[in-house]
Design a protein around this ligand. Structure first.
Ligand SMILES: *[C@@H]1O[C@H](CO)[C@@H](O)[C@H](O)[C@H]1NC(C)=O
Ligand SMILES: *[C@@H]1O[C@H](CO)[C@@H](O)[C@H](O)[C@H]1NC(C)=O
Ligand SMILES: *[C@@H]1O[C@H](CO)[C@@H](O)[C@H](O)[C@H]1NC(C)=O
Ligand SMILES: *[C@@H]1O[C@H](CO)[C@@H](O)[C@H](O)[C@H]1NC(C)=O
Ligand SMILES: *[C@@H]1O[C@H](CO)[C@@H](O)[C@H](O)[C@H]1NC(C)=O
Ligand SMILES: *[C@@H]1O[C@H](CO)[C@@H](O)[C@H](O)[C@H]1NC(C)=O
Ligand SMILES: [Zn+2]
Length: 577
């Protein structure tokens, strides 16, 4: 009733205006254009996070040489709990510290998305369906060493490189270069290590790497096995998809699509294969594709690396549509869940497109995303310990995401079904599965009894066991480790080492006794039961029945009062210090 006088007004003003002209987009950030330095950027991102809870989350994925945070701003309508099957997207800018446009564009993009959410339908849809990560600077030290107005890199690449004078886009592992000594991470820069870890550990689907000094979209591979400096196309298994992704950016960038924005440049449609243009060894783009599920394309945004800030509004206009369209491409192809028959997620399974030499693997929630161009594909999923799924035909249509789930069946295992290696007809085992029946083992073994028990089995089975102590408890008791294997005394290359630790809490004793029974079981069955023989032939097993022999000695059989015992254990320790 009370609303009646208001409604006619609203019809005239509100509905009338929204129908005729679209809602103006928020682009206030273009006023008074300037580059934000590290501190300003940090403050702005903190503010965006605080003022937009649930929509924005600030992450640091590591630190630069000079301890600056490598900020990544996550933007999604459900930022605290990514909705299942929502793909993760990232832009990484300013890897070369003096290539500054991408850095400031990430600030603009963040504000554009956040302030237009719920107002501009395209932005709302993007944020509802995509988990977006914007990293304005992978090289904040380099940026601080760079100068506005410098179109080319300074002497000795100060600014381009990180604080240690390393070009970060040459610091990643390269598929065609011989392996360095040590691990994949050895000897690399902190910025590189942070990005490598981030890329490998999170299920990113698509990524853009923003540079400057040219205007072109450059796609994998960046390197060849031919070791030529240029002009050899290095195709990845997803060559056509990468080309289309690069085109998606270039076509939507008024200068890039012409291919000749800077002098001496002539790129067909504004895109190029990386290695064809010039070879980059140790680049981030190839690393994404080779070592993770993420597809990355490199975008060179401007002829001048660090143009004056007055150019920034025009740069936003040049790149806005391209930045948005490329993000939307994360939804191309097929996605789904890989689960067991019981509905549990299958982790780290392979999702295979038949005939395409690049698999994607499932996330820790069993999700996968396989970017694909429109077409018909044959697919299946497989994971360790499971039988491959059936092959299914999947149709991918333009502008749609196909959903295809897979269910995997466990590989059958011989659960306790032993094959007797001797030629005897009768069951050689007692009701507990032991060869030598001995009811006296079913009691609690205190420290002295445990020691004798272990020595006994080592004496009886010297060829497949080793008994040693890995140290002493507070009260001087040995921490006995019993090793069982057909090679108990040394590590054999390729043979995995396994351990069980029992009785870490002195009053939790079942594990301790179980390991003693396991020793009897394994020793007695070696050479008799094929399953156990195979196990000991292929594995070196270490059993520490008691990690806390002192705690055990002061625990009482039948006691359930954990708290009281815990206090006693602590008190006992105090006496000895
Ligand atoms: C996240 O969302 C899932 C459902 O999608 C829910 O089961 C889970 O409890 C949520 N976790 C948190 C921490 O809110
Ligand atoms: C975005 O999600 C919100 C909340 O779930 C919903 O109300 C809205 O309709 C969605 N908008 C678009 C464009 O997807
Ligand atoms: C993809 O996965 C399948 C099944 O695990 C495997 O046979 C094939 O070698 C993998 N392909 C690549 C390129 O890794
Ligand atoms: C795939 O699994 C998801 C999650 O359980 C479910 O919502 C969806 O309907 C399934 N899709 C198909 C095509 O089976
Ligand atoms: C243990 O090894 C020795 C030396 O190789 C061998 O003579 C002996 O038969 C083996 N004993 C058992 C029980 O396998
Ligand atoms: C286990 O290894 C021994 C030699 O160490 C070999 O004689 C035996 O055949 C192997 N048995 C099985 C089941 O692998
Ligand atoms: Zn660059």
């Amino acid at each position: 009733m009370y609303l009646l006088p208001i409604i006619p007004l609203c019809v005239i003003f509100c509905v009338g205006t929204t129908l005729s002209t679209p809602v103006p987009e928020y682009e206030k950030f273009l006023e008074n254009p300037r580059y934000l330095n590290y501190d300003e950027l940090t403050n702005l991102f903190r503010k965006l996070e605080t003022e937009n809870t649930g929509l924005v989350k600030l992450h640091t994925i590591g630190r630069s040489v000079k301890n600056r945070e490598l900020w990544a701003l996550e933007i999604n309508s459900n930022v605290n709990n990514r909705t299942l099957l929502t793909p993760m997207f990232k832009y990484v800018a300013n890897m070369h510290g003096d290539e500054a446009i991408g850095r400031q564009l990430m600030v603009y993009l963040a504000e554009y998305l956040i302030y237009n959410y719920g107002k501009v339908e395209r932005v709302t849809r993007l944020m509802n369906t995509t988990d977006i990560f914007l990293m304005p600077s992978m090289n904040p030290d380099g940026f601080e060493n760079s100068e506005e107005g410098q179109c080319e890199s300074k002497d000795r690449y100060v600014g381009r490189e990180n604080e240690n004078h390393v070009d970060l886009n040459r610091d990643f592992p390269d598929q065609f270069e011989p392996q360095r000594a040590g691990t994949l991470l050895s000897g690399r820069q902190p910025e590189t290590i942070a990005l490598m870890t981030w890329i490998i550990s999170r299920p990113f689907v698509l990524s853009g790497n923003l540079h400057g000094g040219a205007v072109v979209a450059s796609y994998p591979f960046d390197d060849t096995s031919a070791h030529r400096t240029c002009c050899v196309e290095s195709r990845s298994p997803d060559h056509d998809l990468f080309k289309k992704l690069a085109l998606t950016y270039a076509e939507n960038h008024q200068l890039m699509k012409k291919g000749d924005a800077c002098s001496n440049e002539n790129f067909d449609k504004g895109i190029t294969n990386g290695a064809y243009w010039y070879e980059v060894k140790g680049g981030m783009q190839d690393f994404n594709y080779i070592h993770s599920n993420c597809f990355e394309v490199t975008f060179e945004l401007s002829c001048c690396k660090f143009p004056f800030a007055k150019e920034l509004p025009q740069e936003w206009k040049n790149n806005k549509e391209a930045l948005l369209s490329f993000m939307e491409a994360v939804h191309w192809g097929v996605k789904g869940l890989v689960r067991t028959e019981g509905g549990d997620a299958v982790l780290d399974g392979d999702v295979v497109v038949v005939g395409l030499g690049h698999n994607v693997t499932t996330s820790n929630r069993g999700e996968y995303w396989r970017m694909l161009l429109p077409g018909k594909y044959e697919m299946y999923a497989v994971a360790y310990g499971f039988l491959p799924s059936e092959r299914v035909t999947v149709v991918v249509e333009e502008g749609k995401t196909t959903i295809q789930n897979f269910t995997l069946k466990h590989e059958p295992v011989e659960q306790g079904n032993f094959k007797d290696l001797r030629s005897v007809d009768t069951d050689p085992f007692d009701e507990y599965g032991f060869v030598i029946h001995d009811n006296s083992i079913f009691k609690h073994h205190n420290y002295d009894e445990l020691t004798r028990y272990l020595q006994f089995y080592h004496t009886m089975y010297p060829n497949i066991t080793k008994l040693h102590s890995i140290g002493k408890s507070v009260q001087g008791r040995e921490l006995w480790v019993f090793v069982i294997s057909n090679t108990p005394n040394e590590h054999v290359a390729g043979k995995p080492e396994f351990k069980y630790i029992g009785n870490m809490h002195g009053n939790e004793v079942v594990g301790r006794e179980m390991l003693l029974y396991l020793i009897k079981y394994l020793c007695e069955r070696y050479g008799i039961d094929e399953r156990i023989t195979k196990l000991l032939n292929t594995t070196r097993i270490h059993l520490l029945p008691s990690m806390n022999p002192d705690g055990y000695e002061i625990s009482k059989e039948g006691n359930k009062h954990y708290m009281i015992l815990n206090v006693m254990i602590t008190e006992a320790n105090k006496c000895f210090f």
